[in-house]
Design a protein around this ligand. Structure first.
Ligand SMILES: *Cc1c(COP(=O)(O)O)cnc(C)c1O
Length: 384
């Protein structure tokens, strides 16, 4: 049957991989080298300088392309560096329509770095995708979607956004960090670019910072490869190795993240001291049907508001947690708790935050793969 038609759980392990050509190493060696011997100027085995390409990085890029059902993968020194490469496809005067409730660092990059280069960003509530069309004009050159959104867990209909993008001939990029290709593959739904913070679920062990892009179109891939090489925001071979290793257990970890996420979401929803829980697996979630149709499960990310709590009381609850670690980031094997208003979304003005529902008492959980009862007991003692 070959390795091309494997199912997802096999592709995480074998997709795009082959034993190393030098000694048959089953795991790609960490090619910790900046340069490669040439037999004559310009005559080499495909590698000349590690900013342009490195064999360990290539192995990871092929794995990523395989699991996202894409043709080309590219990795960068961070998720933000991957987004930065996409925005560098644009020119002054170009306009971007972006999800309003998005990762704080993406918002910061758009507003504080790229606006001054003359790129215009529209932050739009895309829970109803038809709203996107109100912002399209002849300068619109990119639609940026994040789903589920961070931290409000809103769901955006990728296929519907893809149809709008196609109709107007505008590329659609999807930040797939929260869902991972285990839960959804945006290229199959009409996206042109998939972006990841591989720091999160793909790496999965909170030990590396990395970003990735996956595309199908050769011309787009070439433009992005050019930016990767010309701007140089690459990652090293050791980090490439770590993320490749992480991907090999992605499906097993995600299965448990989903199970634990569901158990915690239900526990919190029934807790008398919890006001509201944001998790796309509740049938009361406004876009539950879209989540159910475009995702294979609901993931391990959720947010909640403790009843009657203010900024400080929310922080007190987080500080009491013992199994959940108070930390930025998400998607690792260990459970983390965060306070978006003072942490991930501090770079978003309070007014903008509250417009998106990110109130001061919101607590975000990245549910890990520990025993679910330990996680529930921890929340029990912290919430009281
Ligand atoms: C973390 C994150 C990013 C940024 O990635 P880094 O690896 O931290 O640069 C982008 N989007 C989402 C949804 C994230 O969670």
């Amino acid at each position: 049957m070959g390795k091309n038609n494997l199912k997802f759980n096999s592709k995480t392990i074998h997709g795009g991989q082959e034993p190393d050509k030098a000694y048959g190493a089953v795991m790609p060696p960490i090619y910790q080298t900046s340069t490669y011997a040439q037999t004559a100027p310009g005559v080499h085995n495909g590698y000349e300088y590690s900013r342009s390409a490195n064999p360990t990085r290539t192995a990871l890029e092929k794995s990523l392309a395989s699991i996202e059902n894409g043709n080309y993968g590219l990795v960068f020194g961070s998720g933000i560096a991957a987004i930065d490469a996409v925005i560098k496809l644009l020119s002054p005067g170009d306009e971007v329509i972006s999800t309003s409730d998005l990762y704080g660092g993406s918002y910061r990059l758009f507003k504080q770095v790229y606006e001054k280069f003359g790129i215009i960003f529209h932050f739009v509530d895309m829970s109803n995708t038809s709203t996107i069309e109100n912002y399209i004009n002849s300068n619109t050159k990119l639609i940026w979607v994040e789903t589920p959104t961070n931290p409000m867990m809103n769901i955006i209909d990728i296929a519907a956004a893809g149809k709008i993008a196609k109709k107007h001939n505008i590329p659609l990029a999807v930040d797939n960090t929260f869902a991972t290709p285990y839960l959804q593959t945006p290229l199959d739904l009409g996206a042109d670019i998939v972006m990841h913070s591989a720091t999160k679920y793909l790496g999965g062990h909170s030990d590396v910072v990395m970003g990735a892009l996956i595309v199908n179109n050769k011309d787009l891939a070439d433009k992005l490869y050019f930016i990767q090489k010309a701007s140089g925001a690459i990652c090293g071979p050791m980090d490439s190795f770590l993320v490749l290793r992480g991907i090999k257990t992605l499906h097993v970890r995600m299965q448990r993240h989903c199970e634990n996420g569901k158990a915690i979401a239900n526990y919190l929803a029934n807790h008398p001291k919890v006001e509201k829980v944001f998790w796309p697996g509740f049938d009361t979630h406004p876009n539950y049907n879209i989540a159910k149709s475009q995702m294979k499960g609901f993931g391990g990310m959720l947010s909640f508001i403790p009843k009657g709590a203010d900024y400080n009381e929310a922080i007190e609850i987080i500080k009491k947690l013992e199994v959940f670690t108070l930390a930025e980031s998400l998607g690792g094997v260990e459970s983390l708790a965060g306070h978006p208003a003072s942490m991930t979304h501090a770079s978003m003005p309070k007014k903008e935050r509250e417009k998106n529902g990110i109130v001061d008492s919101l607590i975000r959980l990245s549910v890990g793969i520990e025993d679910e009862n330990d996680l529930i007991d921890d929340l029990k003692q912290a919430i009281g």
